[in-house]
Design a protein around this ligand. Sequence first.
Ligand code: BG6
Length: 523
Amino acid sequence: MAVEVGTRPLSPSASAVNPLRAGLESNRITDPCNVVFFGASGDLTKRMLMPAMYNLRLGGVLPTNYGIIGFSRSDKSHYDFREEMKEAIDAFSRSGEARDPLWNDFANRLTYISGSFQDLDAFRALRAQLEDNDQTLGTAGNRLYYLATPPAAFAEVIEQLSAAGLGPKDQATGWSRIVIEKPFGSDLESARALQTEVNQVFDEKHVYRIDHYLGKEPVQDIMALRFANVMFEPIWNRRYVDSVQITAAETVGVEGRGGYYEGAGALRDMIQNHVMNLLALVAMEPPISPNADHIRDEKFKALSAMRPFSVADVPKLTARGQYGPGLIEGKPVLGYREEPSVEPHSTTETYACAKFFIDNWRWADVPFYLRSGKRLAHKHSEIAVRFRGIPHRIFGEAGDAIENNTLVMKIQPEEGVSIRFNAKVPGPKMHIRGVTMDFNYGTGFGVVSAPAYERLIGDAMRGDATLFTRWDAVEEAWKIVTPIMERWEQSPVVDFPNYLAGSQGPQSADALLVADGREWRRI
Ligand code: BG6
């Protein structure tokens, strides 16, 4: 079977090859548009954003009339910027090196403004470039601003956009939207302060808070699995579900981001945003339509039903860890405290887990165990819904292990769904064993999923906010983690580093589940 890249076939005949994809339509963005990347010399722009733009163009998704403007401090010409972006695309694009004639056309639409975020003149120059693009590239006054800067610059860029007359309220024609990278604040208070700044210039309908997990295909499939099938929803509740485990495990360390990570840690970096978003999708009630606000209303309701922790409860409901040196894929790696820009006695957690409850009729007493960590045994993200045991056992000898049924939504690196159930072992006796039924996206649909950033940038250009986090959910997620942050800050850690790089995580995390008569799934 031919393998297609992204959500569009590479050849016109490809959809004929795969009947599952028949009838899928072109996804081309209709509105002309300029995209402005603030932080255009940074890693995110080079590794993710520019390759995503190029592949959107390659896949025929970008509108006919578009322009791309990079904005950052370093001094360079349009020509230098184009060269730099070509190198980035060559190195990081999933479609390989940028090639003419497409590259030539793409490069001609790339321009660069150099300036600091304090420099109002640079923002005026940006305005002139945008107006020029409207004339020469036909971009019709539509603007997507993308904040790929360090979070400390978010408020400043927004203020300067307004001062230069570049906010949505300054426009006679066209639209302006802003994409804001994570983290949105570093605690509840700073998130609220940032939200106030944002709202002075942009209304909520103009704001696209990015959480790249929501752009991953298997994450979007959670809703399809739940709400496009009849067989899961009747058992998706406390009567049948024993517990839910959500895991986002990484093998990478802090990858040169020690400076940022020291002030963040696993709870802020992963649990407050990516993992909470997964929880909301698993726990929410069926939305009445796929409309962005209907979905986001239900996600917000699920988060706001989460049982608040008291600071005193934190030790029995959470565990934290920090990796020491160890082996990843057989190769020795440094401990966290030896990484560049990390304090030699750092108490920042590189692993966090917690047990949550959702106080509503559906989930009342079902524990949701969430965990995320760096330098673990494997890169592995999944949601596992474990069902209750059978009510009465009629089969199986003493030695037979009748397992609880488990449904696993595999997010990465494998993408798919598996169901674990019990079956008879062939032979004259009624022996029972657990077996797995597997669905895999790659083989099921014959496609390689497009990277999350491609999907999300495209959606923001289209004005579809479904996969972006609304302010109320961000605020709720900060409220949920605040007592944990407070308690962890108050009580000094004495046992860091407490897990080896390449392991399953700290023993205290295992103890959290053992106390409930359960265990973590293996990473
Ligand atoms: C980012 C975090 O949001 O997500 C990183 O800041 C983390 O620390 C990354 O490594 C994980 O993303 P993915 O897509 O590799 O699971």
